[in-house]
Design a protein. Structure first.
Length: 325
């Protein structure tokens, strides 16, 4: 039997959300909606248990985070531990272990253990891999590239093709597409605006927060606002996305956290995956994943409207050539 997930709002492909279930999981919130059509034993396209836990981490209570920290640091031990022993090692209560299992998206502790046992990533923990193998600059370079590759692979695992296609179609039909972002995410937003402008779309981005807000207020129901924010809770971007939505514009976002504020203000949500490591923060790794999602949207538009896009690209090249001649 194959498993199929129908993501009605959130751009998840198998990550458990409210009203959804991993092979043995459920969630307790109603912040986002993913409907499971059927579940089976196939591992194809299913995100691992550890990736599920990391995606839910910021939604956990402090006592549940203690359990999550131990599980993520010692995944190879969990399969053989009873609830009481895991609680003792995590310095938490038995109830906290059960609550964590459910909050992370599983029906119970037994389901969590089954999922971890089936997770190919449940071998040596990341921090142990890092500290144990970094002995030279070459090792450090390998680690940096490995981290980026992992972020890309994990993002592809949870990224919904249907949501990417929906955003691509919305961009193609919208008279204006406004990209929102600040900091590192702002640079990704600028790159996106430049990329889509070259294929003939009226895409733009302003790094000045006041100008972002001013333009967001002028959008109409035919326009699109795309917010790019790693945390999903950056106040400036949340407020500006709310302005765009209030103005009637279609909205989308690229973020790591399914339970963040920005997802509640977006018609389409595209999730990224990235981890904090010894040498760089999660937000730094997220830039790679964000750029990949933007490239995926770009590639899909180019594939669907190749002739129009190629004409626009040729015109852009010709214009640039005139400047350089």
């Amino acid at each position: 039997m194959e498993e199929s997930f129908n993501a009605r709002r959130i751009g998840l492909k198998g990550i458990p959300s409210a009203q959804s279930e991993h092979p043995h999981c459920r969630t307790r919130t109603d912040d986002y909606r993913v409907e499971v059509i059927s579940l089976g034993n196939s591992d194809v396209g299913r995100p691992g248990a550890l990736l599920c836990i990391r995606s839910k981490y910021d939604l956990l209570r402090p006592s549940e985070r203690k359990v999550a920290d131990y599980v993520l640091a010692h995944p190879d031990e969990i399969v053989n531990l009873p609830v009481t022993e895991l609680a003792r090692r995590a310095n938490a209560s038995d109830a906290a272990v059960i609550r964590f299992s459910q909050a992370a998206g599983f029906q119970g502790f037994w389901a969590l253990k089954i999922a971890i046992a089936r997770d190919p990533a449940s071998g040596t923990p990341m921090r142990e891999r890092e500290s144990g193998r970094i002995a030279s600059p070459a090792d450090l370079l390998d680690q940096a590239f490995d981290d980026s590759v992992r972020a890309l692979k994990d993002t592809r695992t949870i990224l919904s093709v249907q949501e990417v296609e929906a955003v691509a179609d919305a961009m193609w039909t919208s008279p204006r597409t406004l990209f929102l972002g600040v900091g590192i995410s702002g640079l990704v937003a600028m790159d996106a605006a430049y990329k889509f402008s070259r294929i003939g779309l009226n895409a733009f981005c302003y790094l000045d927060p006041h100008l972002q807000a001013a333009i967001a207020g002028t959008l109409t129901e035919t326009d699109l606002a795309v917010a790019i924010t790693h945390s999903g809770d950056t106040d400036i971007i949340v407020q500006t996305q709310r302005m765009a939505r209030t103005a009637g514009a279609k909205t989308a976002c690229i973020t790591k956290y399914a339970g963040s504020q920005i997802t509640t203000l977006s018609d389409h949500v595209l999730l990224t995956a990235s981890e904090q490591t010894i040498f760089r923060t999660s937000s730094m790794s997220s830039r790679i994943a964000q750029l990949a999602v933007v490239d995926a949207i770009y590639s899909l538009i180019l594939w669907k409207h190749r002739a129009d896009c190629e004409r626009a690209l040729e015109n852009a090249r010709a214009s640039i050539a005139q400047l350089e001649s």
